[in-house]
Design a protein around this ligand. Structure first.
Ligand code: NAD
Length: 272
């Protein structure tokens, strides 16, 4: 019988125990990538401490203790306070630790400068992390090792999928996968409204709309077929689907989605 590889053992700390930290910690603990006892965080609010404790995460008193007691530190505070928090924590970082930032818009070079940490990785996840379906992208700082990259990949695979890309793509990533869920929420709402306009009860229309989006995404992911091919396969001559598609084209559906992504990328550039 082939030996089962033991899970890679390391300690994971979160500085900033908010929504995203909770999603990642839950996913990592549930998937078995790490036991919850290997995860630590801190929070000034008791109810947040209890949330993390409820699934076995160790609670420490200060951010400095979290850094001191972790091999990989995920920085998950809001971008506006990243500089202040890292400057405070600078004395507690050391050569063997890895700093992973999920703060939107904060560049590797600033993370390195403010923390004094050389092994740095930047990750952009998105909100479906809460249901284990995040689309995340990471860029790896020059001094981070292959092992660091593997460990971070395993953490973010526990809450969805992760890709590696050059940092120059991060504004475009933010505008597609970061903002994308909001575009699709609107599409789901609009499909449901269409269903209601065509006579369906609201609950049924909303359920069908969201399940249809989920199913179509799974078809693209699981079959590996191009979406255009899948579209052609459900479009019969003079049928109902092509009549609907004709309306979408009349309303510049494709162009509008493309423009939305480009506009969000431009705004992201302006803000950074
Ligand atoms: P959040 O507000 O839920 O979490 C931030 C947490 O940090 C809060 O619990 C807050 O109490 C805590 N905090 C504040 N000051 C602190 C300090 N000095 N030390 C330690 N903790 C402190 O926010 P979130 O949605 O979890 O986002 C966290 C980070 O993730 C942000 O930088 C954001 O840009 C990034 N991000 C979020 C998403 C998303 O979809 N939510 C996607 C990509 C990236």
């Amino acid at each position: 019988m082939a030996a089962v590889a033991a899970p890679d053992a390391f300690r994971l700390g979160f500085v900033g125990g908010g929504n995203m930290a909770e999603s990642i910690a839950r996913g990592v603990a549930k998937s078995g990538v790490l036991p919850p006892s290997s995860i630590r965080t801190t929070h000034r609010r008791t109810e947040r401490r209890l949330v993390f404790q409820s699934f076995g995460v160790k609670i420490l008193e200060t951010n400095a203790q979290v850094v001191d007691d972790s091999d990989i530190i995920i920085l998950s505070v809001k971008p506006q306070i990243v500089k202040k928090v890292l400057l405070e924590l600078k004395p507690f970082f050391s050569e063997e630790k890895v700093l992973v930032s999920i703060a939107a818009g904060i560049k590797l070079k600033d993370l390195q400068e403010w923390s004094g940490q050389r092994r740095v990785i930047r990750v952009m996840p998105n909100t479906p992390a809460a249901v284990g379906l995040a689309a995340s992208v990471m860029c790896v700082g020059e001094m981070a090792t292959k092992k660091d990259e593997e460990r971070v990949t395993s953490l973010f695979n526990a809450i969805g999928k992760i890709w590696t890309a050059d940092e120059k793509y991060f504004d475009a990533v933010t505008s597609l996968s970061g903002s994308g869920p909001a575009y699709i929420y609107i599409a789901i709402e609009a499909l449901a409204d269409g269903g209601v306009a065509a006579g369906l009860p609201r609950d049924l229309a909303l359920g069908l709309a969201s399940q249809t989006v989920l199913g179509a995404a799974a078809m693209v992911n699981d079959t590996g077929r191009h979406p255009g091919q899948l579209k052609d396969a459900v479009t019969s001559p003079a049928g109902t689907t092509i009549a609907g598609i004709q309306e979408l084209e009349r309303g510049s559906f494709r162009g509008t989605l493309m423009n939305a992504v480009v506009a969000a990328a431009k705004r992201c550039q302006e803000l950074s």
